[in-house]
Design a protein around this ligand. Sequence first.
Ligand code: SF4
Length: 348
Amino acid sequence: MRLQKHEALKLLNELNLKELGEMALKRKKELHPNNITTFVVDRNINYTNICFVNCKFCAFYRHAKDSDGYILDYETIAKKIDELIEIGGTQILFQGGVHPKLKIEWYEDLVEWIHNKYPQITIHGFSAIEIDYISKISKISYHETLQRLKNKGLSSIPGAGAEILSDRVREIISPNKLSSTEWLNVHKAAHEVGVKSTATMMFGTVESDEEIIEHLEKIRTLQDETGGFRAFILWSFQPYNTKLKDEFPHIHKASSNRYLKLLALSRLYLDNFQNIQSSWVTQGSYIGQMALLFGANDLGSTMMEENVVRMAGAENKMNMQEMINLIKDIGEIPAKRDTAYNILEVFN
Ligand code: SF4
């Protein structure tokens, strides 16, 4: 029977970590009986750090006038992709800040150039806030924006920018960012034009438990409608070097206990999501490994390069061999996958 909101709240408040974890692990094993834990070999490429949105939880962005603001040139992007191919990578997570001046034509040229030069690489790029702004500045709909980028070679879009899908929370932590309805509408439009996506949640700022569950409810409802989310990824706010931490000094990094409990709850609530990723980037490799016992079936990506959470104080690193070892250590079978979760190689 499908978990209702009040039941989810009860589970979160009344069960301890172990009890919730056992329920989530049981559910994971029902969905993934083959004992395989997947990961993807990819590289995060942040094509620009210039952004006018000024989210208070973000330590990554710069303004156009800042001396360390950048837009990567094609040559630099190519070098990064060449390095990725050298280690057997298959995907680029291609995201930027929201540059105030770049329109759809600029993005079309870039995607087309990458896709033509590297047809074997999947472009998983442009989160909802970028799509929203490209459509606004170019005066076209979400559907047209996504269709045009898809035509040039965009494969799927990441779930970044969901934070908590509550406008009360968004008003406090990222007042200039798109609303929760807009975030959902971008993903709905993506699914409707055949671009799959992932869903995320960033917790650990000013949200309540009820708002966390409301967030899960909203993405579960959209998934019922479109089936376009490939995975859910949960991560915690990284407080260092952020305005939000200055404004709310009492906010600290979320505990591992809280992360694992919310991860387990997500596995139970999101009954229409096949894949749940562990976020070792924000939690560190050992909690990332533990997450596999709390409902996650995927260790995410090797992230050859990560800039956004690193700037906010989380500098965790992992290569493919470390991932394989962590997965084997808990008795599961590691497998490299592609963006669509097809298995490419199993490491018995
Ligand atoms: S989180 Fe994204 S949209 Fe917000 S300031 Fe940082 S780069 Fe810009």
